[in-house]
Design a protein around this ligand. Structure first.
Ligand code: WTA
Length: 648
């Protein structure tokens, strides 16, 4: 039995913000038993140019197609319909710069900018079906660029601006993008990151890009290459450049978002236009129940899926007012988040457990400095939240009144999949549990052999049915899509451990594969190993995570140096810098241990799990579970080797 806490917190039902559990149960049941009826109704949350012929085509699993032959445009749903439908003057974004400057943009203002940039893209030769890369900070031009691409039917791929040059180049190459939108630099915790320079370096490793559009954000010197690089302000028209939104098919891609998996090569998750839009708009409504007058703040970065779905598309589809904050949450002081909530009278805050744990360390002094009484609902995402952080958030930020909406989901799922459905019926909450599946999700927990585990037993989380927000495939790699997600169980495998308690609550217990969650960022251990090996000094490496009380996982690397390397004392910082520059600062290992040898299987695979188990002092009784492809004797000598090398 996996230990899970069993405290139940029942909040009084407040009709304005959350409703009784019965309506959730009814909706959930209907979603699984009568999906046609259910989704035909719920898809009405989006405006369609042409209605679909069929809700779901499942004739070619696992390539599911939702809302077959339906036609729509995501940018139309985000801006045009509000401008036409009475919300022209409503605020779409309150943008807060790191230095405290603000810009307030109405739906009409956003519509104007999106049309103008769409026109600029067309003028630069970008057309329907082309791919473009967005490598941008948290500025208004980021959602504008996403929506402009969607408007003309170009597929965008946003690359988180914390990634380094090689990581960016890899994504440009895989997507075959012909245009990049970036900025001269970005502000981060008082410093400037020179984004344009990173783009220039990435472009030396790729050849498809013809145009680079640069937003002037920081004013630093950005070398511009004649014939390739143009300033945003010079290409964006300033007239009334209406661009008719393309009629996209429900199953045309909206975007590709790269995410880490169990190999060195990131996976290009492809999201659809129709199913994805229906999913994220509904899940935001179900989980948070935002009202028309509410102010919503998803404090993630636009470059990750959380920002795509819940800063850009879903809140705009619902016509909400969002905060868009440029900077770091602890800059210039640890009350930054609370200050913004007070100043803008924010009603809903959605952030990560790492952010909560970071702010928790500074104590209650900082939240106490501000009036947080406008908050009605709080949310978390990205990693399991430990009960202590949950309670701190609930008590000190939510004044023990606001529900905590712990949303479990993934880049691949498009939107929330397990989460309290505050808008349909709030269940009693258990600190640390994401509670129940949202409508349309049919989860189960299986053991290695595919049998359902007993209540209270840890196993692998899988979803038995497709849902509208699920990704369509992996870019350039449909085989990997089948292999990674569907081969093991014949249904969608999440890659996460979970347990279901005696009340039916789901508890997420972390990744079951070689993927780390560092400060909520999803990183592949093998990407880091590859980056280490790409330095001149390293021959072999094994990277794994060690539980870290604030950021979830800390990155631990074991490396074997090449013959004759390592003479100079600073090899560890040299390697850390190398990883930072190649993949980006978020990938920097916390610890690098230089060893003489690493254990390998007969086929030459490094036994990462053995190294990790010895390092964490967690060698299990049944050591065969450490490495499928090795014999018990091999594993025993591997353990001995690691112990010897590290004197553990
Ligand atoms: C983890 C982020 C526990 C999980 C939206 C998943 C969570 C991975 C939660 C996806 C949560 C996300 N509780 N674990 N509420 N939310 N995860 O693709 O391991 O960056 O598989 O998407 O984050 O990370 P991704």
């Amino acid at each position: 039995m996996t230990e899970v806490e069993d405290e139940i917190i029942t909040l009084p039902v407040d009709e304005r913000y959350h409703t009784a559990i019965e309506s959730y149960k009814k909706a959930y049941k209907e979603s699984l038993e009568q999906p046609e009826t259910f989704w035909s109704r719920e898809a009405g949350i989006i405006d369609w140019f042409k209605k679909w012929d069929k809700v779901l085509d499942d004739s070619n699993p696992p390539f599911f197609r939702w809302f077959v032959n339906g036609k729509l445009n995501a940018s139309y749903n985000a801006v045009d319909r509000h401008v036409l439908g009475g919300k022209r003057n409503k605020v779409a974004y309150i943008w807060v710069a790191e230095n405290g400057d603000e810009k307030i943009v109405s739906y009409d203002g956003l519509y104007y900018r999106v049309n103008n940039f769409a026109k600029a893209l067309l003028d630069m030769g970008i057309k329907r079906g082309d791919r473009i890369i967005l490598y941008m900070p948290m500025i208004l031009e980021a959602p504008v660029a996403m929506l402009a691409a969607a408007r003309i039917g170009a597929t965008f791929s946003f690359v988180f601006a914390g990634f380094g040059a090689s990581a960016l180049a890899e994504r440009i190459n895989d997507s075959q993008a012909t245009l990049v939108v970036t900025a001269d630099g970005s502000f981060r915790a008082g410093k400037i990151v020179k984004l344009k320079e990173i783009v220039d370096e990435a472009l030396t490793m790729s050849s498809t890009v013809k145009t680079v559009v640069v937003v002037k954000r920081t004013g630093i010197d950005a070398p511009m290459q004649e014939g390739r690089d143009v300033w945003w302000d010079d290409v964006i028209g300033h007239g009334s450049n209406y661009v008719k939104p393309e009629e996209m098919d429900a199953n045309d891609p909206l975007y590709i978002l790269y995410t880490s998996g169990t190999t060195g090569k990131p996976k290009g998750v492809v999201h659809s236009t129709g199913g994805y839009s229906v999913w994220i708009a509904n899940t935001l409504k179900w989980a948070f129940n935002p009202g028309d007058d509410d102010r919503w703040w998803c404090a993630a970065d636009i470059g990750w899926v959380t920002g795509h779905s819940y800063i850009v598309f879903a809140p705009l589809f619902l016509g909400l007012t969002s905060i868009l904050y440029e900077g770091a949450i602890t800059y210039p002081a640890p009350d930054r988040l609370w200050e913004i909530i007070e100043k803008y009278r924010v009603n809903m805050l959605y952030t990560s457990p790492t952010a909560i744990r970071t702010l928790m360390r500074y104590g209650t002094k900082y939240p106490k400095m501000h009036d947080l009484s406008t908050l009605k609902v709080l949310g978390t995402v990205g990693e399991p939240i430990n009960p202590a952080a949950w309670k701190w958030y609930f008590e000190n930020i939510g004044d023990s009144k606001t529900p905590i909406i712990d949303t479990y989901w993934q880049t691949e799922t498009g939107g929330f999949v397990i989460s309290p459905s505050n808008g349909l019926g709030l269940p009693p909450l258990k600190p640390g549990s994401a509670t129940f599946p949202v409508p349309g999700i049919d989860p189960t927990i299986l053991d290695e052999s595919g049998k359902e585990v007993k209540t209270g037993q840890k196993g692998f989380l899988v979803f038995k049915k497709p849902w509208p927000g699920m990704f369509m495939t992996l870019n350039n790699d449909p085989e990997r899509y089948k292999e990674v997600y569907f081969k093991k169980y014949g249904m969608y495998y999440t890659g996460d451990y979970a347990v279901n308690d005696h009340d039916g609550y789901f508890w997420l217990l972390g990744r079951a594969d070689e993927v780390l969650k560092v400060s909520g960022h999803r990183l592949g251990t093998i990407e880091i190993e590859d980056a280490l090996i790409s330095s001149n000094e390293v021959a072999e490496s094994a990277v794994f995570g060690r539980p870290h009380e604030v950021k979830g996982d800390a990155i631990i690397a074991f490396v074997v140096l090449k013959e004759g390397e390592g003479g100079d004392g600073d090899i560890v910082s040299k390697l850390r810098n190398h990883v930072r520059e190649t993949l980006g600062p978020i990938y920097t290992p916390d610890e690098i241990h230089i060893v003489g040898a690493l254990p390998k299987t007969r086929s030459g695979k490094i036994m990462r799990r053995v190294v990790r188990a010895v390092f964490l002092n967690q060698v299990p009784g049944d050591i065969s579970t450490l490495e499928n492809s090795a014999s018990v004797d091999e594993i025993k000598s591997a353990i001995e080797l690691v112990k010897r090398e590290t004197s553990l």
